[in-house]
Design a protein around this ligand. Structure first.
Ligand code: NAP
Ligand code: G4F
Length: 345
């Protein structure tokens, strides 16, 4: 019998990569999407034209993690072997503007799914999309599964709730419920307001003379960036382990936003000279045009200055090994962006 998986958040970056990964493994995948005023399935539309994927194994249902009735009905109807909860208001800066909604979706949403599992079938395996944002104002570096949390945003706080409610349901009801504590992971399918995609998109357009300037926030924050393709494999491996457990997934290398901009510029053969300090720091091209400028608009009320993880546990127990590094991630993101422009001509 084929395994059945439900993916909450199927239309997002990770939902798209995970759907393709599970379909290639022979799963029947049921994706849950929200109603939107315009089509929001562009990241998964290619599933229907991929010859390696059997179309009749992929189903979409309307649902929302803020709506218990929809969650219960879908899980009860499908009776899946595995549930991946990727649904979230996932933008940290936006969570300061929408704290109550973020808490409803990112914290209570997880509780709703767990509660449905206990009522429908306790054997359903559950993956919770935890985040390195939970480490926030880090108390040690690198961060491991044992590092205490110190969240710095409504998003981070909501994810900490989800982490602990997942642990609590595992211990209380013996659920196979697991947390992946994933560090930033990016790809060509990354949402356009996250910093890597924003930088790659803008610098490609600047190179093609279709944009003059990139406005950016904090250049000195540091992140541990991996590729989403590697990270969805880790999600699956977490649910195939012989016991439910929590795992940090990361590369172990960190770069600042400024270093990331420099790496993307180098790949695009744009020579940037930096002048000024702090919010006044600016980037100039070889003709002395200012192409990068900081704007207060992109700074957050509280910042996570530095994140870098240690994935030794996942490497040892799950035998997880990422294929990509920062260079191949950047090449993948740039080539996707340049192709879009080529095809639009
Ligand atoms: P994403 O691209 O923003 O995708 C989020 C998904 O959740 C989208 O499909 C979105 O639907 C859906 N969603 C939002 N609110 C919902 C609701 N109320 N009910 C049902 N679905 C809802 O995020 P991602 O990068 O793929 O990340 C996936 C998960 O991993 C998220 O939980 C995120 O917080 C977490 N995470 C991400 C990273 C990372 O670096 N990418 C790192 C750690 C943890 P729409 O398409 O309709 O908006
Ligand atoms: O790309 P970001 O918005 O990602 P952030 O805040 O680290 O959150 C992402 O990763 C988390 C895992 O740690 C996920 F849980 C979460 O769902 C999301 O996927 O910002 C990265 C850094 C921040 O320090 C931010 O202040 O880049 C800095 N930054 C500087 N200028 C900017 C900008 N971020 C954005 N989005 N836009 C800017 O213009």
């Amino acid at each position: 019998m084929k395994k059945k998986a439900i993916i909450f958040g199927v239309t997002g970056q990770d939902g798209a990569y995970l759907s393709k990964f599970l379909l290639k493994k022979g799963y029947i995948v049921h994706g849950i999407k929200r109603r939107a005023s315009q089509l929001n399935t562009y990241r998964i539309d290619d599933i229907y034209s991929d010859p390696l994927i059997k179309k009749n194994n992929f189903f979409l249902h309307y649902g929302d993690v803020t709506d218990s009735i929809s969650i219960f009905s879908i899980i009860n109807k499908i009776k899946p072997n595995e549930i991946y909860n990727l649904a979230a208001q996932s933008h940290v800066a936006v969570s300061f503007d929408l704290p109550e909604y973020t808490t409803n979706a990112d914290a209570s949403g997880t509780l709703r799914i767990l509660e449905c599992i206990t009522r429908i079938n306790k054997k359903i395996k559950f993956y919770q999309a935890g985040s390195s944002e939970m480490f926030g104002k880090v108390v040690e570096s690198p961060q491991t599964e044992k590092t205490p949390f110190y969240p710095r945003s409504p998003y981070g706080v909501a994810k900490v709730y989800s982490h602990w409610i997942t642990v609590n349901y595992r211990e209380s009801y013996k659920l196979f419920a697991c947390n992946g504590i994933l560090f930033n992971h990016e790809s060509p399918l990354r949402g356009e307001t996250f910093v890597t995609k924003k930088v790659v998109k803008a610098l490609c357009k600047i190179k093609l003379k279709k944009q003059k300037k990139l406005f950016i926030g904090n250049l000195s924050a540091k992140r541990d960036w991996g590729h989403a393709e590697d990270y969805v494999q880790a999600m699956w491996k977490i649910l195939q382990n012989n016991k439910p457990d929590d795992f940090v997934i990361c590369t172990g290398k960190q770069y600042s936003i400024k270093q990331f901009i420099n790496m993307v510029s180098k790949e695009l053969e744009i020579k940037i000279k930096w002048r000024g300090k702090g919010i006044k720091e600016k980037g100039f091209d070889e003709n002395n045009n200012c192409i990068i400028e900081c704007s207060k608009k992109y700074f957050r009320p509280a910042e996570v200055d530095t994140l870098v993880g240690d994935a030794s546990k996942a490497k040892k127990i799950l035998k997880w090994k990422p294929k990509h590094n920062i260079q191949s991630l950047i090449e993948d993101m740039i080539s996707y962006e340049l192709n879009l422009h080529k095809n639009a001509q």
